[in-house]
Design a protein. Sequence first.
Lengths: 178, 178, 178, 178
Amino acid sequence: MATQVIVLNGGSSSGKSGISRCLQAILPDPWLALSVDTLVEAMPASLRASDAGIEFAPDGQVIVGPEFRTLDAAWTEGIAAMARAGARVIVDDVFLGGAVSQQRWQKALAGLDVLWVGVMCDSAVATGREIARGDRVRGMAAWQAEVVHEGVAYDLVVDSTHTESLVCAQTIATRVGG
Amino acid sequence: MATQVIVLNGGSSSGKSGISRCLQAILPDPWLALSVDTLVEAMPASLRASDAGIEFAPDGQVIVGPEFRTLDAAWTEGIAAMARAGARVIVDDVFLGGAVSQQRWQKALAGLDVLWVGVMCDSAVATGREIARGDRVRGMAAWQAEVVHEGVAYDLVVDSTHTESLVCAQTIATRVGG
Amino acid sequence: MATQVIVLNGGSSSGKSGISRCLQAILPDPWLALSVDTLVEAMPASLRASDAGIEFAPDGQVIVGPEFRTLDAAWTEGIAAMARAGARVIVDDVFLGGAVSQQRWQKALAGLDVLWVGVMCDSAVATGREIARGDRVRGMAAWQAEVVHEGVAYDLVVDSTHTESLVCAQTIATRVGG
Amino acid sequence: MATQVIVLNGGSSSGKSGISRCLQAILPDPWLALSVDTLVEAMPASLRASDAGIEFAPDGQVIVGPEFRTLDAAWTEGIAAMARAGARVIVDDVFLGGAVSQQRWQKALAGLDVLWVGVMCDSAVATGREIARGDRVRGMAAWQAEVVHEGVAYDLVVDSTHTESLVCAQTIATRVGG
């Protein structure tokens, strides 16, 4: 059966977006790549630093409020609709709520053929990459490295600690039904 | 009745994204802002310069191919689903096909309360802003300034030639049902 | 005599960088465009939000500390050296200290042929453009609109309130010695 | 003796800018990070795709013309002047001309205490990272991986093939005189 959605879940700076772009490059069909960053950028500036929206605390914690949750739920439904309308979609997300976050996606994606991929990365290595990127609040990588995987069920897990994005993508690609 | 979707249509460098951000800032509820640029960035790099995808010719013409159209159609359905799921959405698009492009959106957004807004800008002024931005292919603004409005029906037209983005947004906001 | 350096001074969101890119497009020779934003991006991330470096307060005030000043002074000397080595340079700066900031540049640029340009913009209009840009701390435009011009001497003043960047650039270009 | 300039030379996607940001984060003093990308962005848009300026051929080759060379020479002098004026500077460059490119820097930096660092990366790995970045012309990494090191003399070589940016930076930091 043809895979319709690939969900990449992992902490900040674990390498999700690089893997996503590599998947786009090596998979034979065209795939859309949509990230939680795309959603955050689509929100009003005022929600990007507020209790009601999403807050990036100086210690790296990310707190989401009620208005963020509402828009996020609609965003999830919209991505499911894109897949039902025939687009192949790679979703790159951070399951801040672990298993609960996955359930939200499972509900929205019901009936679609989904490949669930965990993107692991050692916390210290992800923290180093966070510093190398230079555009992220310090501490997010460490906060999220493990908590985002709690209770989440995967078809496949890749670990970017010692494996390049392209190689992770090649592993995932072997599991994508065409 | 409460407006669920605001569609801003206008040529490149006509000021759509600035107006969109101002609308997000002044409207009392949170609105998602999604642009055709968001879609283009979500596509595989290979589609961004190919016959099958979208091509930005050196003279400023934009040519879209079959694979772009397929993903674009699914994207449109997805945005409609976001609105049906409760997100207020500002769509910022370039109707390269004029009335035909609008019909595609009308079909997808059926049953939703939509405010159709034309964003006009004098071709010479848009060309000057294209130069000032510095990140666009020269000539797009001129190519698109008029053709994107051909046969399109609007609830409201704003003209950014001599009017600031914020003022255009204020005009639009008075027509948004809450 | 051939102009070697064009200094554009104006508040945040007054249109300096757009004017700078238009100047690059219309002047017959190649000009480098260097902005205070370039300097800020070249600084360590830790200085970008600290007492010792540069701080963007939530109310739009910009406070610069001793380490910022040291690097800024060296940056200024470096740009002067680029011009002495034969590069034509457009500098886009915000004279937070008004006349004192200008003296710093005058000292560094001694012996070079400099065109001093003030970029004015009505505070309310600049504030609107700040909202339309969406990537600046709200309030900077209003804080800076007038204070950056206090006691500063210009060869030429342009006002972007009702005049497009390209037209401002054309006015400046007529005063650039070739 | 106190190091005044750190020159990082390596091919595209070899990890220079990540190492540069990590150095800024771990070195006790503030360092400016300036890259050849900064220079390219400062050039007129017209030079960024022309015979006289810099051209990124579809096969990944980079060709620089006479006007690029002139501005590049002045840029180099300017960075040397910044260091002489007291700024610590990390330069991140691509020695397209190998030893000849180094001589140009050696001449400009005469009298300064410079740490010359080669940033190596296996061509296949750099090519994978180029795909993961998604914003570079494909093929640059492979073209540049070896040629930029030909005949260049280093104080220190790091290899990012199997070593994280932060660890490379830590190795370099031990050699920086304070």
